[in-house]
Structures are given as C-alpha cells and as structure tokens.
Ligand binder design. Sequence first.
Ligand code: PMP
Ligand code: GLU
Length: 399
Amino acid sequence: MQQTVSKRVNALAASQTLAMSQKSSELRSQGIDVINLSVGEPDFNTPEHIKRAAVKAIEDNFSFYTPVPGYLSLRKAVSEKLRRENGVDFAPEQIVVGCGAKHALSNVIMATVNPGDEVLIPVPAWVSYMEMVKLAEGVPVTVSTGLEQDFKITPAQLREAITPRTRALLLCSPSNPTGSVYSREELKALVDVLVDFPDVLVISDEIYEHINYTGVPYTSMASFPELEGRVAVINGVSKAYAMTGWRIGYCALPLHLAKAVTKLQGQMTSGVSSIAQKAAEAAYTGSQECVEEMRQAFERRRNLVVELAGKIPGLRISEPQGAFYLFPDVTHYLGKRFGEKTIATDSDLALYLLEEAHVATVAGSAFCAPGYIRLSYATSDDRLREAFARIATALAALK
Ligand code: PMP
Ligand code: GLU
C-alpha cells in the first residue's frame, strides 16, 4: 500500500507549542533539568471541589453517551456564567460544549467558513488559528501588529483588511502569545468599524478572560449590542480553573450556528466526556474564589518576569496585561554567534536556549511573529528565577 497522507494534513503545520513541550519532556527523560516555559498551562492542581464532583459523577454512573451539545445542566451553568460575568444572553440551546476551547473553535470555523472565505487574524496569534482556517479551506488573512502598538490592531487596520470575501474576524483578548488586553474603548472602536460590515462574524476567543491584570472588569465582544447575533464566543475551563487535561470548552453562538456546530459534532466526535462535563459544571456553579487566587499568583509572576526580563540587555518587552505569556522582541540577538553557530532566526534562538540554557520557549515565528520568542510564566517563582538566570547567561555568551 502506498504510504500516502492527505494533502490536507500534509499542508498542516505541526503545533509548535506542543512540539516544544514534547522536546522538553524528551530531554527531561534523559535526566536533563529542562525548565519548560513553552506550553501554556496553569501549573496548579484542579481545585478540590471540582475533583470531588468528578468522583461523584463516576459513582453516580455518569457513564453513558452524553447529548451531542453537552449536558443541559452544564449548558445552563455556562449560560448563567455568561450572564453573571459577562452580562450577555445566550440560552443553553446556543451553547455547544466541545473537547476544549480548541475543539469548540475548530467546530465554529468548520461550520462557518467556505472554501476561499477570508478570516482576519491579528498577529501575533496563537499557533492553531491559521491552521484551523486552512483546514476549512479558508484563507487566513493576517493583520500585523508589533510591540510599538502593544500588539493590538487599530480600527483603521481592520477597515483596510476587510474585503467582500471576509467571513470572520478572529480576536483573542487577553492574547496568547502577547498578553495584550483590549480595553472596552479599544474594542468599541473596532465594533464601530464592524457595524459597517454586517456579514462579518466575530469569533472572540475569551479563554484567558480571568487572567487579567488590568484591574478593570473584562469586556466580552458579545456585550456590544451593535454586534447582536454575530458574535461567537469561545471559552472553557482549561485556564481559569486549571483544568487543561479535562478537555472542556464551549462556543456560545447565534442559534442557527449552534445547530450547525451540533450537527458537525454529532458526526465527528459526539458529546464530550460525561465525567469532565460534571466537573466543569461544578467549576461554573461552585465558589469562584479559586479563580481569583490563581489570578493573583499569575499577576505576581507577571511582575517577577517583567522585572527579570528588564535586567537582560537587548530584550524589548511590552508589559503583559493578561494571560501568562511574555513575548520579548529578541532581534537584538539575531545574527550573533555562539562558537561556530550563527543564531539567524528566532527559531535558532529558541533552539539555542533549549540546548544551551535548558529552557524551553517557543519561537515567535510559530505565532506569525518572527523576531520574538514566547515564554510561559505559569510556573513557580523559583523556577522562573532560575530560568531567567540561565537565559541571561546564554544570551550574554552570544557574540
Ligand atoms: N485559545 C487560546 C488562545 C489558547 O491559548 C488555548 C490554549 N491551548 C486554547 C484556545 C485552547 O484551550 P483548551 O482547548 O485547552 O480549552
Ligand atoms: N494554549 C497553550 C499554548 O499555547 C496550550 C498548547 C496548545 O494547545 O497550543 O501553549
């Protein structure tokens, strides 16, 4: 038999965040003390009351196939969360639970994008956005931002990027990989452009909403009445409740799109894990104190890494306002040499830091932003101190 792989998968880039994490695990299994700042996931354990709900679900025999869009009780809890925390109205019928926000997002893209449709992606952007759009045979259209504009697109850039083929805008705030957060005013200015293009769907990735250091309550894109009926909210429990492995996310959508996503999910995966759904329900209906406790820990680490990065000459940063990533501009170090080796690109630098400093990061190119690297600071203060000390030494060795 010919060992062929579909063109679809051949054309797909592998997830660099997961690849770097895998590489760091491999080195660790060889006994090397690698500090993994590559993958972005909270290092906390899932809170006790959530774990207990899962144990109870097993004991109560929640072991059968689940409804395709998720248990009604979970969708009700999500609907209430959206009202309580975001002031937005989505009925349980408008919510579809997927295997993580990643799956929910891919479902929405698959259910809305036709071949040739353009999807606007402000970059730097999370590694999977471009590839998901390509899988749907859409055309990812990047809108470039840099450190000097705090990695946020301007209304003028948005207006310029929209064409008659634009199907959707994919916005992520707080942003992975930059940590930028759009203020309500900045979002409103984008909304004012979008009202002129009523056919453009807004896909709003709100997975980091709770990891917010602005001191100002979070604004969901769905809370603007001007965008009524054309916002798809993506969110889930991975980041806010330290539940990355449970794989629960959701999309909240106009009803006709929720039906389309449910049809798709019914053929592709069925409803997601019963036990994880019951745990997620406990996350949304239980005490929210754990969310604030973890947020405070992330904010403390944000302050620490900003201070540590500030001591390394040549690293330019924009202080992150949310999520748990630092995204320094490393162009100062590109073109320098380590012995015989030239560090020509951000990917070379990420590899150099892994091999020489034993610190795993992700190259900015993976996020369509060459010249930067991403460091996840979702790890202990001690490990962060050690990581930055190693990075400083390795960078100082470049000539
Ligand atoms: N969106 C963004 C921006 C992310 O960083 C992640 C984390 N991988 C996700 C979506 C997906 O999260 P999950 O599938 O774990 O819910
Ligand atoms: N959001 C995380 C990251 O960007 C998880 C890995 C992934 O799914 O890409 O590192």
